[in-house]
Design a protein around this ligand. Structure first.
Ligand code: SF4
Ligand code: FES
Length: 368
């Protein structure tokens, strides 16, 4: 067997060795953390994805050991392969940060700035990017592109107004289902995801387009607006699915005993994880939409959620709770007065201790 050729690449002053042919983005993912550029259209499990959104731009300050000249323009890291001795700047390059902020602003030109009423809020990559780059406001004064919401069958709703044309759902339908029935119609400013003649998308793996959509354009009709995602508790669960292509390993989004939503499990890049059988953990429509009782599943335990995610609020896996007492926090002084919110607040019912509820508080827990 021929020996694998390795290339040394330095990204933000951290050096890794990766096989020849690896993209800068995937090399950066091996380092992890902030060094990794964001990716709104690239999806490692979808062949051909990437090169559409430009959020993954980086500066190549040294092309390679043999040809150390810098690349004249910022490059899309998901589409540029590493060379031996290459040096790349991501968060250490003011040019990159500036250009990325511009890209985010362009992505938001035709995207509504209404995160508080969007079903994807809390798990939207565009929302995160917008806030990270200070682009939660807008300078755009013209009318945005707007579309009617379209039901793509019983389970999926398309709201093109939120689409950023990343093509992921088209690749997912092409590669996971037997027959792709939607695609991109028209060009330029008129381009849209559509089925041409309104059509139900019925294929048994089509639900995965919801998981790959980085924004709230494709949403689960069985979950839409039933809850905010940060009020639910995600747990890992599995069942014996008889669809041979389905791994049956999922995340249940629960509130109390109720299963509100079923999704594939996601990794730290927001992509569907590899399942225990070594395949990508895509799940079938039956697991996703039709098995919504906790008793349908074997629950493994709470999912690990990134602590920077809003979803991790009220979800304490892996967190060490502080043990200090008041006087330690107050550097040896005891508090002069301690008040109990339950006695003081007029909206609280005296017999309900909110901190002891094993569920989110409902309106019935408060006085009217
Ligand atoms: S609907 Fe979602 S996944 Fe499909 S192209 Fe638009 S943003 Fe991408
Ligand atoms: S992730 Fe590279 S261009 Fe979109």
């Amino acid at each position: 067997m021929s020996e694998q050729i390795l290339h040394k690449v330095t990204i933000d002053n951290i050096t890794v060795e990766v096989p020849a042919g690896t993209t800068i983005l995937n090399a950066a993912r091996q380092i992890g953390g902030d060094v990794t550029p964001p990716a709104m259209c690239y999806y490692s499990k979808l062949e051909g994805s990437g090169g559409k959104c430009r959020t993954c731009l980086v500066e190549v300050s040294k092309g390679s050991e043999k040809d150390p000249r810098p690349m004249p323009k910022l490059v899309a890291s998901c589409r540029t392969t590493v060379m031996d001795g290459m040096e790349v700047k991501n968060i250490t390059s003011p040019k990159v940060i500036d250009a990325r902020a511009g890209v985010v602003e362009f992505l938001l030109i035709n995207h509504p700035l209404d995160c508080p009423v969007c079903d994807q809020a809390g798990e939207c990559h565009l929302q995160d990017l917008g806030y990270e780059h200070g682009k939660e406001g807008t300078r755009y004064e013209f009318k945005r592109r707007t579309f009617h919401k379209v039901d793509l069958g019983d389970y999926i709703q398309l709201h093109m107004t939120r689409c950023i044309m990343c093509f992921r759902c088209v690749f997912a339908a092409n590669q996971l289902t037997d027959k792709r029935e939607h695609g991109i119609l028209d060009r330029g400013d008129h381009a849209q995801i559509a089925t041409f003649i309104e059509k139900n998308l019925k294929n048994d793996f089509i639900g995965n387009v919801i998981d790959v959509c980085p924004v709230g354009a494709l949403t689960d009709k069985t979950f839409r607006f039933k809850n905010r995602v940060w009020f639910t508790k995600p747990v890992d669960a599995h069942r014996n699915c008889n669809n041979p292509k389905c791994c049956g390993e999922v995340q249940l989004w629960m509130r109390g005993d109720e299963v509100f939503r079923v999704t594939a499990r996601k990794d730290e890049w927001g992509e569907v994880k590899t399942a225990s059988n070594g395949n990508t953990g895509w799940i079938c429509n039956t697991c996703r939409f039709e098995t919504k009782k906790a008793s349908d599943w074997t629950i493994e335990g709470p999912s690990n959620i990134n602590r920077h995610s809003v979803i991790s609020q009220g979800h304490y896996v892996g967190v060490t709770k502080p043990t200090e007492t008041f006087s330690e926090v107050m550097k040896g002084r005891d508090p002069k007065l301690l008040m109990d919110i339950h006695d003081e607040s007029e909206v609280n019912k005296p017999n309900i201790d909110l901190s002891l509820l094993d569920r989110p508080a409902h309106s019935t827990d408060f006085n009217k």
